[in-house]
Design a binder for this molecule. Structure first.
Ligand SMILES: [Fe+2]
Ligand SMILES: [Fe+2]
Length: 346
């Protein structure tokens, strides 16, 4: 890695570290290949110098390799969690130190790998839903903690709470947990006990902080007071509960193959924003979605009117409606609501 003055930077080079604007919002992610619109953006931002990977081609390869590392780390974490889940099911005590060990490789990725947020979307599920879901919630919660500028210890605890948020499901009978059809009202009542069951498992476990307990216990509380088990609202819900709730919804939506194959990340972001209105913490949702959307600056996209353009800037208030450059014109999706991004183009 070396630092270059802005006038020395050329298209095709690979950015070596995240670039933030004056509002502390990341505008270009490390690993991005510099193209015309990134050049434009850097000019406008008064950036003085930029960290660049030593060789562009090498840098490019590195980026792809990182994705493989993420996938491999992810897979190992899912396997370890599956073992843990099944041991707890048969009565083993949950121990905080064991969870930290299990999460260390993944947390290293969250800490050091700036394109992880993009990988989160691309990650391939490798086991039954509950196992994959627990790991993606853990990663998303840790990322959100990072973007909220929380201290590393808190981020680690968020990862733990995320991984264990549905651990109570190990005490839900398989007929209900794995039922392919819609649950009856009675069955749904049983299913809903999983957050309390999880809380009790951790309370009887070893070494879990109160924050982690709150995160697990309250992850189905809703901002408007219509959640369970205690119908808490807004600030009554612990920050951990609110963060895990955002990660939970994001994981559920992005793991759905139908959404993944038919929608762009921007469409999913809009859906989450609309779906979560009044129900998830609006600040947490916004920080999460605007940071994720920022990773797509510089990406070529297709709009629903068939035109091809490039994402040049993310609008903080509506992160799913960025500014797109089509030929020489700028199309602001925040102003023209009839337009949306339907696909990403490699
Ligand atoms: Fe849950
Ligand atoms: Fe969940």
């Amino acid at each position: 890695m070396r630092r270059l003055l802005l006038h020395e930077v050329e298209q095709g080079m690979v950015i070596g570290e995240d670039i933030y604007n004056n509002f502390d919002v990341m505008v270009v992610a490390s690993g991005s290949v510099i193209n015309e619109s990134i050049m434009d953006l850097l000019d406008k931002m008064d950036v003085f110098d930029v960290a660049i990977y030593e060789k562009s081609i090498e840098g490019k390869k590195k980026v792809l390799k990182v994705d493989n590392t993420v996938q491999a780390t992810y897979k190992d974490t899912v396997t370890s969690f599956k073992n843990l889940f099944n041991n707890v099911k048969f009565g083993k005590q949950v121990v905080a130190d064991e969870i930290s060990d299990l999460l260390t490789p993944m947390l290293e990725q969250v800490k050091n790998n700036q394109i992880l947020a993009k990988s989160l979307w691309q990650i391939e599920a490798c086991d039954e839903y509950t196992y994959d879901h627990s790991v993606t919630v853990s990663m998303s919660a840790a990322l959100l903690g990072k973007w909220l500028n929380l201290p590393q210890d808190t981020i680690n605890d968020l990862a733990t709470a995320g991984l264990l948020h549905d651990i109570g499901k190990c005490n839900i009978p398989d007929e209900i947990l794995k039922k392919p059809d819609r649950l009856t009202e009675e069955e749904f009542k049983v299913m809903k006990t999983h957050s309390t069951l999880g809380y009790l498992l951790l309370k009887n476990g070893k070494g879990f902080s109160d924050e982690i307990l709150y995160g697990v216990y309250q992850h189905h509380e809703k901002f408007d007071g219509n959640g369970y088990p205690n119908r808490l609202r807004e600030d009554e819900i612990h920050q951990f509960g609110r963060i895990i709730a955002v990660a939970d919804v994001y994981s559920a939506m992005t793991s759905n193959r139908v959404y993944r194959s038919k929608m762009s990340p921007f469409q999913v972001a809009r859906l989450i924003m609309e779906y979560s209105f009044g129900y998830l913490d609006p600040v947490a949702v916004n920080v999460f979605l605007s940071n994720i959307s920022n990773f797509y600056v510089g990406t070529t996209v297709k709009l629903n009117n068939g035109t091809i353009g490039e994402v040049v800037m993310v609008n903080k208030a509506e992160p799913y409606r960025p500014l797109v450059k089509v030929d020489d014109a700028f199309v602001d999706l925040a102003k023209d609501h009839s337009l949306e991004i339907t696909a990403l183009i490699d």
